[in-house]
Design a protein around this ligand. Structure first.
Ligand SMILES: NC(=O)c1ccc[n+]([C@@H]2O[C@H](COP(=O)([O-])OP(=O)(O)OC[C@H]3O[C@@H](n4cnc5c(N)ncnc54)[C@H](OP(=O)(O)O)[C@@H]3O)[C@@H](O)[C@H]2O)c1
Length: 251
């Protein structure tokens, strides 16, 4: 096990499934203590067990990020306690993936929930945890953006909006927290082959034809970019977007 993150502590939202699991495992493999989080306790405990079995350190904090400020405050407090009193790394990864739909058919409840989980929770959580990192003079936040937040796609206006918001928040937070030693960056995946994305195969095929690498990313490839950005290898990288998309954003 290499140890670029030895003695660091991390919270990864949405790490009970998909890309978040790979991020949690990759951070732990570099020596970080990782707080795994999501709504599903059984899946979360499985991720913790897998990390522990491979020699890493992790704990689980359940949270439903659609429930607003009180739930986010509780997650921040529980995660900080599990981590032994402070968090060095925050990965704002949790998001609702939305099946493409015409704008006129998207209900208000879906709009509210997507904004709450994909944007508001990350906003509140960063506001709770980044000031403590700043007070210690060091820390790293990674927001999960998306190719969908960098370009427009008909039928995905809501999801794209939430991801574009994460790209924007990275830049504002880089300016706000950078002078205190807290680096904030974005990882922007293209289509990434999780179980859920595999199940949307009919939407995936036309996207792959427009990717220079002609294939989706793997969750592990996205996780490697997150590890790089939170490690000291990225010590003067602030406010950047690292695309892991087979070149899609470049064309
Ligand atoms: N997969 C892709 O192709 C792709 C491409 C570009 C960007 N991204 C971005 O990458 C990130 C991860 O995506 P993914 O594909 O891994 O998604 P995923 O497989 O759907 O996993 C989403 C994670 O978020 C958690 N989550 C969802 N709603 C939640 C809520 N209300 N409260 C707390 N946690 C919640 C889920 O946990 P529970 O079910 O336990 O709540 C799960 O762990 C997202 O930010 C996404 O926008 C993904």
């Amino acid at each position: 096990m290499s140890a670029r993150l030895h003695n660091r502590t991390a919270l990864v939202t949405g790490s009970t499934d998909g890309i978040g699991v790979a991020i949690a495992r990759a951070l732990a493999a570099e020596g970080a203590y990782v707080v795994v989080s999501g709504r599903d306790t059984a899946r979360g405990e499985k991720v913790v067990a897998a990390i522990t079995e491979s020699g890493g350190r992790a704990g689980f904090a359940r949270a439903d990020l659609s429930l607003g400020a009180a739930a986010v405050r509780e997650l921040a407090a529980t995660a900080t306690e599990l981590a032994g009193g402070h968090l060095d790394i925050l990965v704002n990864n949790a998001a609702m993936l939305l099946v493409p739909a015409p704008t006129a058919e998207v209900g208000e409840d879906v709009i509210d929930r997507a904004l709450a989980v994909n944007v508001k929770a990350a906003f509140l959580l960063t506001g709770l945890l980044a000031p403590a990192m700043a007070a210690r003079g060091a820390g790293a936040v990674v927001n999960l953006g998306s190719i969908a937040g960098l370009s427009g796609t008909g039928g995905s206006a809501l999801y794209s909006t939430t991801k574009a918001a994460m790209h924007s928040l990275t830049k504002s937070w880089a300016d706000e927290y950078g002078p205190s030693g807290v680096r904030v960056n974005t990882v922007a995946p293209g289509p990434t082959f999780t179980e859920k994305v595999a199940a949307m195969e009919e939407h995936l095929a036309p996207m792959l034809a427009r990717i220079p690498s002609r294939r989706p990313s793997t969750p592990e490839e996205v996780a490697k970019a997150v590890v790089f950005l939170v490690s000291d290898d990225a010590s003067n990288i602030h406010g950047a977007t690292l695309s892991v998309d087979g070149g899609r954003a470049a064309i």
